[in-house]
Write a protein that binds this ligand. Structure first.
Ligand SMILES: Cc1cc2nc3c(=O)[nH]c(=O)nc-3n(C[C@H](O)[C@H](O)[C@H](O)COP(=O)(O)OP(=O)(O)OC[C@H]3O[C@@H](n4cnc5c(N)ncnc54)[C@H](O)[C@@H]3O)c2cc1C
Length: 387
């Protein structure tokens, strides 16, 4: 990537900046984090504004309904929206950042035409039904069964930790279409389905986190009929499709948040200067180290985004390096925030306190740090597999 901006890119930046300056003041107040229907309405409303202005699916290929923007334009978009304090994807996280890109990469033309436009318009929200009570890190051990019956699969089983399932229309669902057995390794026999969340037999039970909100849910599936044409990729080839989904989830899905961390860091420095904690050289050094880590993560992001574009749009294994480091830096950031806040760090209503609690989940969600380290060791460093 050429790090100097072309005139086109500068024009793109200025156009976007002007649009943001116009529309952001017209947005309604941000909803209560505990009110998922209101959060969905807010996030989808913002997505619709992006769509109407031609900024939805900016870097998606044109034949998937996107704008086919260059990696540099994509990065400019992330920088400018974050700089202006625009909303992040929110409830559209799964649809925009990994289910949609997976369908764009692996779906048939009919599937792309069916599912991608409503995601881009903010009309339909997706969730992710991968993890099960006994299949998290070891995802390939999943047991939710899908039996073929004519033109449908009949699906039974349960999923857990399904983020915002109660407000989702669709679920990227992993099922087992061939039982595990001596002749069938567990990675085979898995299939990726688009599950309509309003299908008979789907029950969603929200789970409350230590922050007091229900961020995710258990999803129970009792003989749910899913049409065969809702399958993305071939039957029993779902593990390969899953790797595509996870590469988007780890590779590019968190990039906007790196810039958000830099903004929080600046705010921490301002607060520390105002409340006298800035005089502490240990704290200053700590904030400096986090700033350096954020700068390195942003460079890694630029590299990952360019690399994904160069290799046909699907991010590579470098996403695991990013995810590993980013999730840890985010925790360091909010630990530092607690120090800057002092006694106010006990105020559960403070935004940084809520973010500190949620930062704990970042080293677990989308694959734990231990799993990312295994991937880096085996697939990047070429070290032998652990036993
Ligand atoms: C905020 C949040 C949102 C989430 N949203 C979703 C969602 O929308 N959809 C979804 O499907 N899932 C979701 N998850 C689930 C997430 O993917 C799993 O929690 C994660 O993969 C870990 O699985 P587990 O919880 O079963 O832990 P386990 O797999 O049981 O792991 C327990 C511990 O053992 C370690 N461990 C396990 N295997 C190994 C190994 N081979 N080597 C070294 N250490 C190992 C792990 O690192 C961990 O520390 C979410 C999780 C969180 C925290």
């Amino acid at each position: 990537m050429d790090l100097a901006f072309t005139q086109d890119e500068e024009d793109f930046r200025h156009g976007l900046r002007a649009w943001l300056a116009d529309v952001l003041p017209t947005l309604p107040d941000r909803p209560d984090p505990a009110d998922w229907p209101a959060r969905r309405a807010y996030d989808c409303g913002w997505q619709r504004m992006l769509y109407d202005a031609g900024y939805a699916g900016l870097h998606w290929p044109k034949d998937a309904g996107g704008r086919g923007a260059t990696p540099t334009q994509h990065l400019i978009f992330l920088e400018e929206t974050e700089r202006a304090g625009a909303p992040y994807v929110g409830a559209n996280f799964v649809g925009l950042l990994h289910a949609g890109p997976t369908i764009a990469a692996e779906g048939t033309p009919a599937q792309r035409a069916r599912w991608l436009p409503p995601i881009l318009r903010g009309d339909q929200v997706w969730c992710q039904g991968f993890s099960e009570p006994d299949a998290g890190s070891d995802l390939a051990s999943l047991r939710t069964r899908a039996e073929r019956d004519g033109d449908s699969y009949v699906v039974s089983g349960s999923k857990i930790w399904t983020s915002h399932a109660e407000v989702a229309d669709w679920c990227e669902l992993l099922v087992r279409t061939t039982p595990m057995g001596p002749g069938t390794p567990k990675h085979r026999g898995i299939t990726w389905l688009a599950l309509p969340m309003d299908a008979p037999g789907v029950t969603v039970r929200p789970l409350r986190t230590l922050a007091g909100t229900a961020e995710f849910a258990e999803v129970f599936l009792d003989e749910v009929r899913v049409p065969v044409d809702h399958r993305i990729g071939a039957e029993n080839d779902g593990w390969r499709v899953t790797m595509v989904t996870l590469s988007f989830e780890r590779g590019t899905a968190f990039v906007g948040e790196v810039i958000a961390c830099r903004r929080v860091l600046e705010a921490l420095a301002r607060t520390a200067k105002a409340n006298g904690r800035w005089d502490d050289p240990v704290l200053r050094r700590r904030l400096g180290r986090i700033a350096a880590a954020c700068a390195a993560l942003w460079r890694l992001t630029q590299w990952n985004v360019s690399e994904a574009q160069r290799t046909g749009g699907v991010p590579g294994v470098g996403g695991s390096v990013f995810k590993l480091r980013f999730s840890e830096v985010r925790q360091e950031l909010y630990e530092a925030a607690a120090e800057v806040l002092g006694p106010d760090a006990l105020d559960a209503g403070h935004e940084w306190v809520a973010d500190r609690l949620s930062s704990l989940s970042y080293t677990i969600a989308a694959g734990t740090s231990q799993i990312q380290r295994n991937i880096v060791a085996e697939r990047i460093l070429g070290l032998p597999k652990g036993r």
